[in-house]
Design a protein around this ligand. Sequence first.
Ligand SMILES: *Cc1c(COP(=O)(O)O)cnc(C)c1O
Length: 231
Amino acid sequence: MSEIKKQRQQLLTQIKIAEQSAKKPANSVTLLAVSKTWPAEILRQAAEAGQTCFGENYLQEALIKINALSDLDLEWHFIGPLQSNKTKEAAENFDWIHSVGRDKIVQRLAKQRPLHLPPLNICIQVNIDNETSKSGADAQQVLLLAKQIAQQERLSLRGLMIIPTPTTDIVQQRISFQQAHALFTDLAARYPSVDTLSMGMSGDMALAIAEGSTLVRIGTALFGQRTASAN
Ligand SMILES: *Cc1c(COP(=O)(O)O)cnc(C)c1O
C-alpha cells in the first residue's frame, strides 16, 4: 500500500471518530487534500487511493496539475489568496473558490465563469480573529457579501472558510471555531444552498469537527511535510 493511501485511511478513521463524538452522520465531513507544492504524480497517487477533491493555493502551480490530471474526474478547490487579475483563470478552471473576501472578486468571478460550466461554488473567507495581515471579510461584512453572491446566477453560495490565527491555546482556538460556526448557522438559515463550513487543518482537525466543520483542509497529515521554502 502506498504511504499516501495509508495516511489517507488513517485520516478517514480519525474523521469518522470525530464525527461520532460530535454526533454527526458518518461521511458528513469532507476530506479536502491540500496539495500545494506537491507534483502531479503525487496527487495521482492520492487519486488512486480514492481521493477526489484537491485544494490548491497558487493559480499557476495549480493549472499545471489540473492539466496533467485532466484524464481523472477530480474536483478542484482554490483556497489561496485570490488577486483580481487571476479571477478569470480561477473561474475557468476550478469547481470551488474558498477565499472570496470582497465584492470586486465576486463580480469578476460571476462575469468570468464560463456558461458551459455549472455555477462556481463559493465560500466566503471570514477573518474570524480580525487579523490586520489576513485577507477575508470581517464578520460584519459576511451577510452583505453573501447577498451579493446569492444574486449571481453563475455563482452558488456554499458557505464559509476560516483560517484562525495559529495558536496552541485550545480555548482561543475553540472560541474562533464557535464564532465561525455561529456565523455559518445564521447564513445557512437564510440561504438553503449553504452547507459548507471549511474549517480545520492537519493540526486542529478533530477540534474543528467537534465545533461543526463540514470540510477539513488537510495537507501535511496526508502528503507529509512540505519543504520550508515552498510553504
Ligand atoms: C496549506 C493550507 C492548508 C493545509 O495545511 P496543513 O497544516 O498542511 O494541513 C489548509 N488550508 C489552507 C488555506 C492552506 O493554505
